[in-house]
Design a protein around this ligand. Structure first.
Ligand SMILES: CC(C)(COP(=O)(O)OP(=O)(O)OC[C@H]1O[C@@H](n2cnc3c(N)ncnc32)[C@H](O)[C@@H]1OP(=O)(O)O)[C@@H](O)C(=O)NCCC(=O)NCCS
Length: 148
């Protein structure tokens, strides 16, 4: 099912997702990794519309620091800009928090305005280095300061 999502993406979206040119038919080794969700250290969500996978998001817990995980997310081209990316990332944050993952990290190309806007809208801190932008998202956001 994930293979179909990635095969149907525009070349541009695939490039933004993998930060490199990858063939429409992803190599089996990469698909195996994407498919290996175990519900605890590797948690994946898919969004389905009329039987077709139109979005996917996942986190993989860092081996050396179990409170951190690396995130990646993709929305099919025709469904982009309608809030699906945010919906999936919010749900992933909720599940991560419930599993003891405090921080979700991801990286994106500096030119990836949509991913950066999405990260910012969820309160992520962003740091740029060359062509790459790094985002860190706290799954337990600080309660807003109360004015006294
Ligand atoms: C990045 C991505 C997942 C965003 O998902 P989406 O469903 O399109 O995003 P949403 O509709 O939830 O919008 C989230 C924010 O991004 C902004 N946004 C969406 N598309 C945008 C674009 N093309 N340019 C600039 N901002 C954009 C929205 O305006 C919104 O920000 P706002 O709250 O400030 O208005 C999607 O564009 C995608 O799959 N891109 C290709 C793969 C990729 O880049 N993955 C991320 C790297 S792992």
């Amino acid at each position: 099912m994930l293979a179909e999502l990635f095969a149907g993406l525009s070349q541009r979206s695939r490039y933004l997702r993998f930060m490199a040119g990858v063939p429409a038919q992803l190599p089996a080794r990469l698909l195996d990794i994407l498919d290996a969700a175990d519900g605890r250290n590797h948690v994946g969500l898919i969004a389905v519309h009329r039987g077709r996978v139109v979005g996917a998001a996942r986190y993989i817990r860092a081996e050396d620091a179990t409170a951190q995980a690396d995130v990646a997310f993709t929305v099919a081209d025709e469904f982009q800009g309608q809030g699906l990316g945010r919906l999936m990332l919010r749900e992933l944050m909720r599940r991560a928090a419930a599993s003891g993952v405090d921080r979700l990290r991801f990286e994106m190309l500096a030119e990836n305005r949509a991913a950066q806007a999405l990260a910012r809208s969820l309160g992520a801190s962003l740091r740029s280095a060359g062509q790459t932008t790094y985002a860190e998202l706290h799954t337990h956001p600080e309660p807003e300061a109360v004015a006294v």
